[in-house]
Design a protein around this ligand. Structure first.
Ligand SMILES: C[C@@](CO)(OP(=O)(O)O)[C@H](O)COP(=O)(O)OP(=O)(O)OC[C@H]1O[C@@H](n2ccc(N)nc2=O)[C@H](O)[C@@H]1O
Ligand SMILES: Nc1ncnc2c1ncn2[C@@H]1O[C@H](COP(=O)(O)OP(=O)(O)O)[C@@H](O)[C@H]1O
Length: 290
């Protein structure tokens, strides 16, 4: 038996850090949404009791470091599964880019194996298991649009944001999420207004969404990598309605209402950046396969 599942990337429309917790994580408030940029995960049952990871992408580990491997191992151990699986990851989401590619692969693996191994778990149970793998995995299990709190694993669904283009540009650098959080100076943070962002989404008010994008990690990554600021400036110059770095970066995205400006930004950034994409948001929570 074989299963093919899409694992979409996310962007953070707003990302606030409230404080550092005793467990070393940061208490966050994030508005996240999935976009139509996805890895394809193929899973097939193996007779042998083993987890096999295949990927052509040289940046993707093919052993226990892979988050999809960790998802499969977690289910195997927790539910005493004696079957094996071969997982092939066709990577489209840039790696270490602030787009939760690895987390989404793990979430897709949880959803897929729930079906393939006939575990009968609910979506909420899968999301809770996901939080053991990484802070972003719970959100990725649900997809759609949500307010994420706690260390990112407490999910409150939101309606679809107003329709627009999302143009993403990733410079030729990778960023370590752990390092960016470590360098963040909590005092003196300029906090985005999360409540206003949520309201703007609920009211489908595109201008208001654009006015309230904000990410407190942006300054930290910008300090380390000035090329991220250059991309932001270029997107603004080409007419983006809003420009922000996603997650810990280094990917920058712009929100754009009009097709002509989307083309201008997309064409203007190609050649200057490693990878550039123009996509739509997926909006509501996707129908889950498992
Ligand atoms: C910044 C964000 C925004 O969505 O995304 P990315 O840039 O990674 O896509 C997330 O908070 C990243 O989530 P994720 O990548 O799953 O993080 P984890 O694996 O749980 O943790 C990686 C490292 O980041 C730190 N970390 C993570 C989440 C959090 N709320 N506080 C933290 O301090 C942890 O200390 C850990 O060392
Ligand atoms: N399935 C996977 N896809 C991509 N990276 C993975 C995967 N599993 C583990 N990783 C590791 O996780 C790190 C962060 O990757 P990724 O999830 O793409 O970035 P981010 O946390 O910035 O969204 C990478 O450096 C990579 O070594």
């Amino acid at each position: 038996m074989k299963l093919l599942i899409k694992a979409p990337a996310k962007i953070n429309l707003s990302l606030d850090v409230l404080h550092k917790r005793p467990d070393g994580y940061h208490e966050v408030e994030m508005v996240m949404t999935t976009i139509d940029l996805a890895d394809r995960i193929e899973m097939s049952l193996l007779d042998k009791d083993t987890i096999k990871i295949n990927s052509q992408n040289r940046f993707v580990p093919d052993d226990q470091r892979n988050l999809a491997y960790q998802a499969a191992r977690l289910l195997k151990e927790r539910f005493n599964v004696k079957k094996g699986v071969s997982i092939t990851i066709e990577k489209t989401i840039p790696v270490a880019a602030g787009l939760a590619g690895g987390s989404s692969d793990a979430a897709a693996t949880l959803r897929g194996l729930n079906k393939l191994w006939q575990l009968g778990l609910s979506i909420d149970e899968l999301a809770t298991l996901g939080s053991e793998i990484g802070s972003d995995v719970s959100f990725c299990v649900y997809g759609g649009t949500a307010l994420a709190t706690g260390r990112g694993e407490v999910i409150q669904q939101l309606p679809a944001p107003p329709t627009c283009w999302v143009v993403l540009a990733k410079p030729f650098i990778g960023v370590s999420t752990a390092e960016i959080y470590r360098r963040l100076q909590i005092d003196g943070i300029h906090h985005p207004n999360t409540k206003e962002m949520v309201r703007a989404i609920e009211e489908k008010d595109f201008k208001r969404v654009c006015n309230h994008v904000g990410n407190v990690l942006e300054e930290v990554t910008l300090d380390l990598h000035p090329e991220v600021a250059q991309i932001k400036d270029q997107m603004k110059r080409f007419g983006a309605d809003a420009v922000l770095m996603s997650g810990s970066g280094p990917t920058v995205f712009s929100l754009v209402e009009h097709d002509s400006r989307m083309h201008r930004i997309y064409n203007g950034l190609r050649g200057f950046c490693d990878q550039v994409f123009a996509v739509r948001m997926l909006g509501e929570r996707h129908t889950i396969e498992g």
